[in-house]
Design a protein around this ligand. Structure first.
Ligand code: SAH
Length: 283
């Protein structure tokens, strides 16, 4: 079934020449774009997009010039500066500029820096949040990022910092001790160090872990493993980034909530994976 949704009448903002809208594209599935993102795509003269933005999403802006601004190796900080300044130049040239970033622009996406550069150069901006991979990507895997019986907090961390190393500025001991559920972005490169740090700080080796790659796209893959086995399991799998790593008991909920598997005809593996012993709706 092919249907093109049209936006209902509403006071949709107009993307004016000389403006930059900094917009999240969500984790992949175009259906996870916000309506503001769809409205922006329809109006832009130029869309500057990142590596993680699905090409299909650019089809929503056939009138626009599409500029790829993904960072592939090289010197990321110099490149980031180029991107920010390119946005300034395009806005000054009177273009209606849409800066499209994967997930949410303000979650590990350097959107704060880009917006700051624009404002420092007197360019008017609008920020359009998006669904972040660490929430929406897990949901597509059937993992609720919070669940009443598991966690009252969640910690989002990045697996590498500006130098490309495991973030030295992170207090992994405190994270291990204080975070009920840990959601790790960009964690694949340093997965061995992350596993060591968390188990070294007392997290049990049998703690459930899920690794979701290319979440919400047709290539989505989910590996269920544990802190103690995840390094070997990743090594023997063919998993490719981008990947979200979720550490914590919420991963067990996938045994009942793998809604994509269920839609494809699988039976839920366990209707009560947390062993509550009573229906979910009871207090
Ligand atoms: N701003 C983005 C994150 C950018 S950092 C957001 O809010 O989602 C890039 C990292 O995000 C990747 O290394 C990976 O950890 C994660 N990521 C983004 N899209 C993803 C996807 N579709 N599947 C799994 N991980 C994803």
């Amino acid at each position: 079934m092919t249907q093109t949704p049209t936006l209902p009448a509403f006071d949709w903002p107009v993307l004016q020449p000389g403006w930059v809208w900094l917009c999240g594209a969500g984790p992949g599935d175009p259906g996870l774009l916000t309506l503001h993102a769809a409205n922006a795509l329809r109006q832009a003269d130029v869309v500057i997009y990142d590596a993680l933005v699905q090409e299909a999403i650019l089809d929503w802006a056939p009138q626009a010039e599409h500029i790829y601004a993904g960072k592939r190796g090289g010197k990321p900080s110099a490149k980031q500066r180029d991107i920010s300044l390119q946005l300034v130049d395009l806005a000054r040239a009177g273009k209606k500029v849409l800066r499209l970033k994967g997930g949410d622009p303000f979650v590990f996406g350097r959107g704060g820096e880009e917006a700051q550069t624009l404002i420092q150069h007197d360019i008017p901006v609008r920020i359009i949040p998006g669904i972040s991979a660490g929430i929406g990507g897990l949901a597509y895997a059937g993992i609720p990022v919070t669940h009443r019986d598991v966690n009252q907090s969640v910690t989002f961390v990045t697996g590498h910092d500006q130098s490309g190393e495991t973030p030295g500025s992170l207090d992994w001991d405190s994270i291990a001790k204080g975070s009920q559920v840990i959601v790790i972005y960009m964690g694949m490169k340093h997965i061995a160090q992350i596993a060591d740090k968390l188990t070294g700080a007392g997290r049990p080796a049998n703690e459930p872990v899920a690794i979701v790659t290319s979440a919400t796209t047709a290539d989505q893959k989910v590996l269920e493993t544990t802190l103690g086995t995840m390094v070997d399991d990743v090594a023997s799998s063919a998993l490719e980034p981008p990947a979200i790593i979720c550490v914590g008991k919420s991963v067990l909920m996938r045994q009942v909530l793998d809604w994509q598997g269920i839609a494809a005809g699988k039976k839920p593996r366990n209707l009560d994976p947390l062993g509550r012993g009573r229906p979910a709706e009871t207090p």
